[in-house]
Design a protein around this ligand. Structure first.
Ligand SMILES: [Mg+2]
Length: 256
């Protein structure tokens, strides 16, 4: 194995089934950077979320080799030698303030949802996990997410897209996606990788492969539930363990 660049999704890749960030996976990430590889975490989450939930576990990294890309490529950061972030953003990907304000206001109508204030480019409305104690609560949250998705779809135009997952509805610029996130990762690192390891757990993560420098070889490992993947390009590899445990066993077997 001679991977020198790692591009990892975060939710379901660095996290366990309780959505908690895995400390052992983060230790492996730090080890890889210390051994000379570049590691970029690329997610739909905000930078603020990454700073609070992931960064504390990465303090043993070589900071010059570590990068975060958030909100699917709309925001990003590298780190200085004191592990302070140096942020950048793509202003074109900002959802207009007027739409953000209206969506924030509208979200008050759905008691099981909240408006994610940490996002700076996109609108993200999420389930309040702490309130979902029964199947009825979960069904009610799904109904509210459905209503929210319909509402956000009303803002769709040539650039804005409304998407829905099991726990969130987003309104984002169509240019913010995993392909853009991958391109951003490679331009941030200013390196020409020889071999790239991609790790994801959802269909959207397959687009990492579209953002790679052309001459680079890559492997893509899928650590999510296999039935979540409808399209299966022949280059997708599957881990035996899933989510953080799959990522951990994968990273642990790599010697640079
Ligand atoms: Mg994920």
């Amino acid at each position: 194995m001679d991977f020198d660049f790692f591009l990892l999704d975060v939710d379901g890749v660095l996290t366990n089934n309780l959505a908690e960030v895995s400390e052992p996976v983060c230790s492996e990430v730090s080890r890889l950077t210390r051994e000379g590889a570049v590691v970029c975490l690329a997610t739909g989450r905000s930078l603020d979320w990454l700073y609070k939930r992931v960064k504390p576990f990465l303090s043993k990294s070589d900071y010059s080799k570590l990068f975060f890309v958030g909100e699917n490529g709309a925001v990003w950061c590298s780190f200085n030698s004191s592990f302070e972030p140096l942020e950048g953003r793509e202003p074109e990907f900002n959802v207009p303030e007027k739409i953000k304000r209206a969506s924030r206001e509208k979200t008050r109508e759905w008691p099981l949802l909240f408006f994610d204030e940490s996002k700076t480019a996109m609108v993200s409305v999420e389930s309040r996990h702490e309130l979902l104690k029964s199947d009825e609560d979960f069904s009610a949250s799904q109904e509210q997410l459905g209503a929210c998705h319909e509402y956000l779809k009303g803002f769709e135009n040539d650039f804005l897209r409304a998407t829905r997952t099991l726990y969130a509805c987003d309104l984002h610029h169509s240019g913010a996606n995993k392909e853009t996130a991958a391109k951003r990762a490679f331009s941030l690192a200013e390196t020409r990788p020889k071999k790239i390891l991609l790790v994801g757990d959802s269909e959207a993560d397959l687009r990492f492969a579209e953002g790679l420098p052309q001459e680079s070889g890559f492997c893509f490992y899928f650590v999510g539930e296999e039935e979540r993947l409808r399209a299966r390009p022949e280059w997708v590899l599957f881990t035996k363990n899933k989510h953080d445990e799959g990522t951990l066993s994968l990273l642990k077997t790599l010697n640079l």
